[in-house]
Design a protein around this ligand. Sequence first.
Ligand code: UD1
Length: 417
Amino acid sequence: MDRLVIEGGKRLAGSIQVSGAKNAALPILIATLLTDEPCVVENCPTGLRDIRTTVRLLESLGKKVTVDGAAVRVESTGSLKTQAPYDIVQQMRASVLAAGPLLARFGLVRVPIPGGCAIGLRPIDIHLKGFEAMGARRIADQGDIIMSAPRLTAGVLRLRFPSVGATENLMMAAAATPGRTTIKNAAREPEIEDLGRFLSKLGAKVSGAGSATVVVEGKVKLSGARHKVVADRIEAGTFLIATAAARGKVRVLGAEAAHLEAVIAALRKAGAKIGSGRGWIEISMDRRPKPVAVKTAPHPGFPTDLQAPWMALMTLATGFTKVRETVFENRFMHAAELARMGAQIAVSGSAAVVAGVEQLSGAPSMASDLRAGAALLIAALAAKGRTTIQRVYHIDRGYEAVERKLARVGARVERVK
Ligand code: UD1
């Protein structure tokens, strides 16, 4: 298994390019199940394990997939299967997104119930309630959920929480269901907007994606499309926070400031100077950060996916910082690993208090999940001395060629096989 070895304490300078958003590419690739015509999805982070798993999922369901650099071409080979394999769903929870398109098109789908993961239980009740509200019946069988409906019906769906995955699943189901479906209390993430654009290109009429009410006018037969995936705001935010922690001046290319307002506001309060233009954000920071409390919330709030990176930055703050996690139940696993590097963090339920220290010191560490791994990387870049991070495969799920990108701005990061 690979490890990352980081010699910390190097100032970062230069520019760094972000990839297409994993969390937009996943639903968009899965949405190609809605049509028999060819689709080309460009700017996909095809180096990521989750994208490769999505390709395997599409192939196992009967699509022909060709990957050419960052472009993924998806074509029909005839009929599609309506059963998602357990080993793929187990590797990637987002596989449940195949349920919406398959159920809407074929009136039947069988998917294994994804288990919990390191950060929480992650049930899929909101997805299932939405399908039921569209007329599907649900049966549980040997760890699988079977949903059936001779024909889904359009209507008004109200989500009890703005779940990203449920909003996407229901938008896809609605796209292939004739009539007007309105999703209320929908998630507002930029990735949802991007999926909305793709579904519109397929021939569904989508409005309001990115707001709390999404309206989809679906049709039975959708066409093929070509689409370029939106930039990864979480990757961009990670590089901005990393620069704030390690200090320096970095321009993040491909990033959209409008997608990161809460994070940019927090960085400014912490003392960073930030400029932005179309397709770039630049940060400069040359001192210890001031403490800035954050509370995670669905978009446009502070993203839960940047909570761990933010905590890593706040371990160096000039005072005490409170960090509250409201989206997932158990997303503080990085605290104990950061403590190994000299961070002072007390966790109590859904809140953590970080007492900033002047300097972290490198240490052997282990990534427990994707964003916890990013937090360790940020701490390691700022720390004095050498840090090794084990279980890099977690980081590889969400950050493409992370060591190469960071090396381009002067970080000393090496992957050891
Ligand atoms: C997506 C992102 C993930 C991000 C998360 C929240 C992808 C592939 N992943 O995950 O990176 O951290 O949004 O921004 O896009 N919930 C339920 N019942 C449901 C669905 C969700 O209780 O049916 C709960 C979850 O357990 C969690 C919260 O709602 O506590 C948020 O989940 P959701 O927004 O669905 O996240 P994902 O789509 O899984």
